[in-house]
Ligand binder design. Structure first.
Ligand code: AKG
Ligand code: FE2
Length: 262
């Protein structure tokens, strides 16, 4: 993995070393404080650039244009919530998505399936194990956003989301998030409505650099990607892991996110 990752800086391949334990402790502290951690420059910059070049023709010809109006839940209706509640305010999303079956054998697939990577991620989250998805489309996605495009406010399906930025835009395309806006016990619909009005003082903005791994607790932390500005696309890989093996999206979810079920 040394050909694609900076393992001098991040010793993911040496789980018995002090350096590995120190890194895990640091990530755990960041997760507890911020709901996320970042490994800047985990993927080598030239490898990230090669992936962008390799995928650019696929983006041009076979990507799914994910374009829709949606609410923060990506659901048509929430039981117990009137359909006109401001927490259900609709926003617009537009980007291009490539699914795992289109990405093929690549540095991204190698990283996603590398057992030491899963082991490291599980340790940062205080879990005994994490598992790759069996969903042939959802396990790895690469998304590109060109000028004016955005992924609007949403909560994720999985508790943790793991992304790796491959190419940064000239401007915009920042990751905006609001840590722990809701919990399993409290959906905090009024807090959601306030965030959607742009009035939540706890919302934070993160500007990622290419090669950076970002792990964040997206299930209760709403987040969005602000509009990309300039000619260079924002390109980012999204890896999905779950605490049990064999997880798949439903057919309806696949059609919503990818425009196809298989
Ligand atoms: O593009 C990003 O930085 C965020 C991606 C994301 O939130 C998601 O795929 O759920
Ligand atoms: Fe997300």
């Amino acid at each position: 993995m040394r050909d694609i990752l900076d393992l001098e800086r991040y010793p993911l391949d040496r789980p018995d070393s002090v350096g590995w334990s120190d890194l895990v402790n640091q990530c755990q502290a960041d997760l507890a404080r911020e709901g996320m951690f970042n490994l800047h420059g985990l993927m080598r910059a030239d490898v990230a650039a090669q992936e962008v070049a390799r995928l650019s023709s696929k983006f041009a010809t076979e990507s799914f244009r994910h374009e829709r109006e949606h609410n923060i839940y990506f659901l048509d209706h929430i039981d117990g919530l009137p359909d006109d509640h401001p927490a259900l305010r609709r926003t617009h999303t537009s980007n291009q998505t490539l699914c795992a079956d289109q990405i093929g054998a690549s540095a991204l697939t190698r990283l996603y399936e590398w057992p030491e990577f899963t082991r490291f991620l599980a340790a940062t989250m205080g879990r005994s194990a994490l598992h790759t998805m069996s969903d042939p489309l959802a396990r790895i996605n690469v998304m590109s956003y060109h000028e004016g495009q955005t992924l609007n406010w949403h909560f994720d399906r999985s508790e943790f989301t793991t992304t790796l930025l491959l190419q940064a835009p000239e401007a915009g395309g920042a990751f905006e998030y609001r840590t722990d806006l809701r919990s399993e016990e409290d959906p905090n619909y009024d807090g959601v409505a306030r965030l959607l009005r742009g009035e939540d003082p706890e919302a934070r903005i993160l500007t990622l650099s290419p090669g950076t791994l970002n792990v964040f607790k997206g299930k209760n932390t709403p987040h969005r990607v602000t509009k990309v500005q300039g000619k260079r696309d924002r390109v980012i890989a999204v890896f999905s892991y779950y605490d049990r093996p064999g997880v798949q999206f439903s057919e309806a979810e696949r059609i919503g996110f990818y425009g196809r079920a298989s």
